[in-house]
Ligand binder design. Structure first.
Ligand code: SF4
Ligand code: SF4
Length: 222
């Protein structure tokens, strides 16, 4: 009897909706605060946000960031501060995408996109330089030839940071504490703990909705 019980389980599963996808041809939508490949952001006027302070390098638990700061040339400053990060490297053979560098950065210069599909054939290629990390003239991450970008992966790379800063405490809900970005301007703060589930202005999506696209329903798990 147990033999036929086994077939019954198989037959029951055959008529249920398929929950797997043919990755990498088809990808699931990523959560809005996903930690992917980093970017170095710029202000609305095009100036770089990085001031070469090395706080991100100091806090990185994997020791994978290398930064060198230099005095801004008075006649053609690269950043609004006294200094700018003229060398900036991240070694992706070490990075664990913990985002501590993002939290430590005082100018919101370093954030993460939602793209994690990139690979290398040698160690040197795994070290991203400032020239590759810096956002383009439209404020979006550069799409490098060995990376697999899909629609949405390069949008709102700073969403995660904006969520923890202005809305982490209920007392600061709705307060905008995020400087303008090239290509995006000043984005509103997320709605916070008591706001609506789906905030079109910020790209925030309710956790329940995101998880629904990743997890099986209780019924499917039976
Ligand atoms: S995400 Fe974490 S491991 Fe990666 S560079 Fe930033 S601090 Fe280092
Ligand atoms: S990315 Fe931020 S923390 Fe790192 S050196 Fe630049 S300004 Fe400092």
């Amino acid at each position: 009897m147990g033999f036929f019980d086994g077939f019954r389980v198989t037959a029951r599963q055959m008529v249920k909706p398929r929950v797997t996808r043919s990755y990498p041809d088809e990808k699931r939508p990523k959560p809005p605060r996903y930690h992917g490949r980093h970017v170095l952001n710029r202000y609305e006027d095009g100036m770089e946000k990085c001031i070469g302070c090395e706080l991100c390098a100091g806090v990185c638990p994997a020791g994978c960031i290398y930064v060198r700061g230099a005095d801004n040339p008075p006649d053609a400053p690269v950043s609004p501060g006294e200094r700018w990060g003229f060398v900036y490297e991240i070694n992706y053979l070490r990075c664990i995408h913990c985002d501590l560098c993002v939290e430590a950065c005082p100018t919101e210069a370093i954030t993460e996109s939602k793209m994690f599909e990139f690979s290398f054939t040698n160690r040197a290629d795994a070290i991203y330089t400032r020239a590759e990390l810096l956002v383009g003239d439209d404020g979006r991450p550069q799409h490098l030839p060995w990376e697999d970008w899909r629609p949405g992966d390069d949008l709102r790379t700073s969403a995660w940071m904006r969520a923890t800063s202005p809305s982490g405490s209920a007392a600061y809900e709705g307060q905008q504490e995020w400087s303008g970005e090239l290509g995006y301007g000043e984005r509103p703060a997320e709605s916070g703990q008591s706001g609506p589930d789906n905030d079109e202005a910020t790209g925030n999506v309710s956790v329940r909705k995101v998880m629904a696209s990743h997890l099986l329903t209780r019924k499917d798990r039976r």
